[in-house]
Design a protein around this ligand. Structure first.
Ligand code: PHE
Length: 368
């Protein structure tokens, strides 16, 4: 193999200029940051035309080598400059394209219903409508059911004092029954005096303070407990409380009201029953169960084969609670009951995990 003629510095200068021109043209053609990366290694990488010209320098005399080397370096750095410029330009256009693609058109309208003056349909397909969460729907249905039975609807604050949540409900400070509710206290005032209500029962107390009997009311609302969320517990949940105070109210009125509610809410064929239980603010106290609405009492997984679902607590208002709000227990008597709205929604919809109520998964939400 014959050695090729050593390149003249003239020839080399022309080659450098040609390599630079084609490198700059390639950079200008790059359509994306990824493509530019590839072109960068092609035009100034180790195997680029410019790098190969460097190897030809050895054949030149020292003076020629110095000046040719300098012009290769200068060409390289000009190409490098073009690459950086192109890169920032591409970043701007790519960002603009992304914003455009993610843009929400808040002026979208229902094409079928709306046309502009000239009868031209406005852009956009049918708009999907939002809906109420299953818990809100259940709460609304419960309110309607009780209103139809003659109850008023009352509300109270979610941040409560110890007095309303515990003390007025016959639980003095340090009473062991307070342990029935895992309480979240707020850093307000003296320690453990302000809390997030653990049940809706404090609304009973507020209502009895401001309204003299007769009282027929339900009190729905959000409650809080220091619970770890699992399939059957949410630390933020909802209860509905019922309170009746009048003359000659007996336990039979309580049982009859719960039964009337059960059949009117769930439909005929679903009944209720009571079991003895304990709550500090009612005496006697009970727990009430309803026929399992999933299997209609036959026995299934939801009711562990028993045919019954435990719904909530109830009982006759304790005379100490009446004393705390200034109602004379010799003249008036009353009953109260309370249960979880989320739990009821879970049972009725046959949900294995209560947390799906809060997941905001559109595939779940749109089923109800
Ligand atoms: N407040 C009670 C609870 O959260 C339920 C209840 C309400 C019991 C009214 C009796 C009367 O467990």
């Amino acid at each position: 193999m014959t050695n090729p003629q050593p390149p003249s510095s003239h020839q080399l200068a022309a080659d450098v200029a040609a390599a630079e021109d084609s490198a700059i043209a390639a950079v200008a053609r790059a359509g994306s940051a990824a493509e530019l990366d590839r072109i960068q290694s092609e035009v100034i990488g180790k195997r680029s035309a410019l790098a190969r010209l460097n190897t030809a320098l050895g054949a030149l005399d020292p003076e020629g080598r110095r000046s040719a080397g300098a012009s290769i370096n200068a060409a390289r750095s000009r190409v490098g400059g073009q690459i950086e410029q192109r890169r920032s330009m591409l970043a701007v256009t790519e960002r603009r394209a992304r914003i455009e693609a993610e843009r929400l058109d808040l002026t979208e309208t229902i094409a079928l219903a709306s046309t502009t003056g000239g009868g031209v349909p406005l852009p956009g397909g049918p708009v999907t409508r939002g809906r109420l969460n299953l818990v809100t729907q259940t709460r609304d249905e419960l309110e309607d059911t009780f209103v139809a039975l003659g109850f008023a609807v009352a509300e109270g604050p979610e941040a409560e004092t110890d007095w309303y949540n515990f003390e007025a409900l016959n639980m003095p400070p340090a009473h062991p029954a307070r342990g029935m509710w895992d309480t979240l206290y707020l850093k307000l005032g003296k320690p453990e005096t302000v809390l997030l209500r653990t049940h809706t029962s404090p609304v009973q107390v507020r209502l009895m303070e401001r309204q003299k009997p007769p009282i027929y009311a339900v009190m729905p609302g959000r409650c809080y407990r220091r619970d770890t969320p699992d399939a059957r517990h949410l630390p933020v949940f909802h209860q509905i409380e019922g309170l009746v105070v009048d003359r000659d109210i007996t336990f039979a009125d309580l049982a009859g009201t719960i039964e009337a509610f059960t059949t009117s809410f769930f439909g005929p064929g679903i009944h209720s029953r009571l079991r003895p239980s304990y709550f500090p603010f009612t005496e006697p106290s009970g727990e009430f169960e309803v026929t399992c609405p999933i299997c209609a009492g036959v026995g299934c997984r939801t009711c562990s084969g028993s045919g019954w679902i435990e719904l909530g607590g109830c009982g006759m208002v304790d005379p100490n609670v009446f004393a705390a709000v200034g109602i004379d227990p010799d003249v008036h008597s009353g009953f109260a009951f309370g249960f979880g709205i989320d739990r009821l929604a879970q049972v009725r919809a046959g949900l294995s995990d209560m947390r799906t109520l809060l997941d905001n998964d559109i595939r779940f939400i749109t089923q109800f």
